[in-house]
Ligand binder design. Structure first.
Ligand SMILES: Nc1ncnc2c1ncn2[C@@H]1O[C@H](COP(=O)(O)OP(=O)(O)OP(=O)(O)O)[C@@H](O)[C@H]1O
Length: 215
């Protein structure tokens, strides 16, 4: 059964101190990338936080967020099943590379060995089979990005939020990691929101682009 669902941002408006910061009304199909571009401070990361369910209470948001038929608007972050990649891969420094992935396996898979087997298979998929016992600090930027992607993948998200996850990678690596992320999103039929300043990222996303703020 295809469990893929689209994402609907219905008249989302986010204000700060009574002034509208960002407004978006969009539907994103399974496997589609919506790119959000705009100047610094225009509310792009705030939009990601709103969809993910961790909007700071200083902001006021209105509108509805729907994942298929499920309304996410007032659900807590953990019930929204959003995979998120930030500019920084944010790996836990005190956990091995393997456990950084195993920790994201859904709770219904309760056995430690089973969780670690899933993490091992995830590392193999991105050519990092021998890296499970390493400290994350010993990995290169591209390797960390691949681990971060696998951590999101094993968590079985229903939508993917990308907050400039490629911007710290050098240009050759950037293209590779980008393709890996978009290929995964297409294969898993995830709706994706990509926040970026980079025209090449937007082009590679191969989807609709919306401009926010005064470009
Ligand atoms: N917790 C907060 N309290 C008050 N203002 C905040 C808070 N978080 C963000 N802001 C403000 O909200 C606005 C939007 O910030 P946001 O990080 O969403 O912008 P952005 O478009 O993602 O910028 P950038 O491209 O630089 O990452 C900024 O003016 C920022 O200073």
């Amino acid at each position: 059964m295809d469990r893929a669902t689209g994402l609907r941002l219905e008249n989302i408006s986010i204000s700060l101190e009574g002034r509208e910061l960002i407004a978006v009304d969009a539907t994103i199909a399974p496997g589609e990338v919506l790119t959000v571009m705009g100047p610094s401070g225009s509310g792009k990361s705030t939009l990601i936080a709103c969809v993910a369910g961790f909007l700071d209470p200083v902001f006021e948001a209105s509108g509805r967020i729907l994942s298929g038929d499920t309304e996410l608007t007032s659900l807590p972050a953990e019930a929204r099943h959003a995979g998120i990649l930030f500019q920084d891969p944010l790996l836990f420094p005190h956990l091995s590379v393997l456990d950084n992935i195993a920790i994201a396996v859904p709770q219904r898979i309760s056995g430690r060995n089973e969780r670690r087997d899933i993490a091992r298979a995830a590392l193999e998929r991105v050519d990092l089979a021998g890296f499970g016992d390493r400290d994350p600090d010993t990995l290169s930027g591209g390797q960390k990005a691949r681990v971060a992607l696998q951590r999101v993948t094993v968590s079985e998200p229903r939508l993917l939020l990308l907050d400039e996850p490629f911007s710290k990678l050098d240009s050759a690596l950037r293209g590779q990691v980008r393709e890996m992320v978009f290929d995964h999103a297409r294969a898993a039929r995830l709706p994706v929101i990509l926040v970026t300043h980079d025209g090449a990222d937007a082009e590679a996303a191969n989807g609709r682009i919306i401009a926010v703020g005064s470009l």
